[in-house]
Write a protein that binds this ligand. Structure first.
Ligand SMILES: Cc1cc2nc3c(=O)[nH]c(=O)nc-3n(C[C@H](O)[C@H](O)[C@H](O)COP(=O)(O)OP(=O)(O)OC[C@H]3O[C@@H](n4cnc5c(N)ncnc54)[C@H](O)[C@@H]3O)c2cc1C
Length: 300
């Protein structure tokens, strides 16, 4: 352990891990060693950690379920906080408040069970509330920001503040105004719906995911954003790239928009395949695909 990190270990004990592979914390199940991974169980702990890193010039990053990232095989320097222990969900009237580490699908399920509409089509997205907000995650025509009322965020010195929806600019899988901030919680204002219809919608979406997506293999969902007026998966399929491989990474035969890890893929395999797919699609269709997933650490 680097001496600089000793106070973190003293404060977090077993919830502070050193040199663990990114594959332990990401749904791609790939990537190199992460210097320090911490799982804060309270806001006070999270505030202490971000301030400690700021004061000691340590690189700091907040992650949720690691379901939209690819970490380099060279790993990540500095401290990474996982929010998963901050997972409270409270419903009061039409307002659902969820902490950043709550699993998104648990939030959707709670809303549906309470007869609240607006999130049901996003059933099955495997990340956390923090990740969903940061990415403006969405599916089947619904997006995280559709029903957001406000967000609670923390700056690097550990101070919390509330942002209104209008303080943030958002679009398809793109959010501006949260850079350098840790999302603590989000409030969703949800209209009352028909409980039975909501539950049926949820079941239908979960069924479609199981039918169309390679949920049995590690991935991070759709690799590329939807190009205007088209689908990345359609273009990749049309270019004949289903099954294309680099090392143990391959374009899913079930859903061309996904790259799956056959079990032993490195982050370099996955990254190499991303580049190959992009180049082939550009050559065959003229469309330049934009990455939806986030690359962390050094590539190339
Ligand atoms: C099988 C599968 C299906 C998927 N389907 C969909 C889909 O239908 N629609 C869709 O939009 N996505 C989908 N995804 C991608 C992914 O699940 C979403 O983007 C999800 O919202 C990411 O959440 P996360 O907690 O895993 O974020 P992470 O991957 O941990 O992080 C993503 C980004 O968010 C930032 N972040 C996370 N938490 C915080 C926080 N508390 N404060 C500040 N920044 C934070 C991270 O720093 C990082 O930059 C899918 C992924 C898989 C594996």
């Amino acid at each position: 352990m680097i001496e600089l990190y000793r106070p973190i270990k003293e404060r977090f004990g077993a919830d502070c891990l050193f040199d663990r592979p990114a594959s332990d914390f990401t749904t791609y199940r790939a990537g190199g060693p992460m210097d320090v991974v911490v799982k804060p169980a309270s806001r006070e702990d999270l505030a202490w950690l971000t301030a400690f890193c700021l004061n000691n010039a340590i690189a700091y990053l907040t992650l949720g379920a690691g379901s939209n990232i690819l970490v380099s095989d060279k790993g990540l320097k500095g401290v990474c906080a996982l929010t998963l222990k901050l997972d409270k969900i409270v419903i009061a009237g039409g307002a659902l408040t969820a902490e950043a580490g709550a699993l998104w699908d648990n939030v959707v399920k709670a809303a549906v069970e309470a007869g609240l509409a607006g999130l049901e089509k996003t059933s099955g997205i495997p990340g956390t509330v923090g990740g969903a907000v940061f990415m403006n995650a969405g599916a089947f025509g619904q997006e995280t920001f559709d029903c957001i009322e406000s967000l609670e965020v923390m700056n690097r010195s550990g101070s919390a503040l509330v942002l209104k929806k209008s303080d943030v600019s958002y679009a398809y899988r793109k959010v501006e105004g949260l850079e350098g901030l840790t999302i603590l919680s989000a409030v969703f204002r949800l209209p009352a719906g028909d409980g039975k219809a909501l539950a049926a919608d949820r079941a239908c979406v979960l069924g479609k995911r199981a039918e169309k997506q390679p949920l049995d293999l590690p991935s991070a969902g759709s690799v590329f954003k939807r190009p205007s007026g088209d689908f990345a998966s359609r273009l990749i399929d049309e270019a004949g790239l289903k099954g294309l491989r680099v090392g143990d990474a391959r374009v899913s035969e079930k859903h061309a928009g996904f790259i799956v890890n056959g079990g032993k893929a490195t982050a370099s395999d996955i990254y190499g395949l991303i580049k190959k797919v992009r180049a082939e699609v550009k050559a065959k269709t003229g469309v330049v695909l934009e990455l939806e997933q986030i690359l962390l650490g050094e590539f190339e």
